[in-house]
Design a binder for this molecule. Sequence first.
Ligand SMILES: C[S@@+](CC[C@H](N)C(=O)[O-])C[C@H]1O[C@@H](n2cnc3c(N)ncnc32)[C@H](O)[C@@H]1O
Length: 239
Amino acid sequence: MSYKENLKKSFRLGLEKYNINAEIQMNIAHSLVAILPEIEQPKVLEIGCGTGFLTEKLFKKYPKGQFDITDLCPTMVDYCKKKFYTKNTRFFEIDGEKIKSSNLFFKACKYDLIVTSMVLHWFENPLVTIKNLKHLGPIFYSTIGEKNFIEWQKILLELKLSNSIFPVYKIPGKLKEEFFPCEQVNLIRFFKSLKDTGTGLSGVNQSRISVKNCRQILKVFNTEAPKTMTWHIVYGVIN
Ligand SMILES: C[S@@+](CC[C@H](N)C(=O)[O-])C[C@H]1O[C@@H](n2cnc3c(N)ncnc32)[C@H](O)[C@@H]1O
């Protein structure tokens, strides 16, 4: 199965539990909306709507806006369509990395805002994609930063498992960053909750961790206190 097919499957399977487990994503959507400009009637493109945490906030911020809401995963698009159906909104199942070259209406479109929360790190070629997309409008984003789960990264480095660290690209246009520490983490439960938000998947070129290595990691993590796992989130705009 291709990387993108895996991604679709993983988010489809995670949908039911996403709303319960995605408190962090909700906070991130809130922070992203705070950096968006005030525009009376913007034309907005959202990439990777998921279950609509950001979508809902966009509707509130821009009650007179026109929206194109998209996701790679058809299940997410259907979910949002049912949840939010309104007059000024269109929904599309489309890969954000193919929007620029698609034969849909996008080719001729310009947007006042392109908005995407917690999606860029799932792209295969985020730097190429944002370079193409920025011709359609300014891209406001949130994504994971290079210090995401730094506690986990440190252990993997210590055990010489750096190939298994989730690959993070430095996205240009950074405006601010936030750290969300999760305290007293039980590592197994923590990764299960990530899986339940559809994000238990490996990144592009990331090596899987063997059961033997998992045991080693657990041993190190459990002997270190406090058992924190910290999200590092970067927000920015690409013009
Ligand atoms: C972590 S969720 C974030 C959802 C939502 N933006 C939020 O903040 O709750 C990531 C979403 O991005 C979608 N996604 C991943 N890769 C994508 C791509 N190449 N194009 C469009 N959507 C993508 C997934 O299907 C999933 O719905």
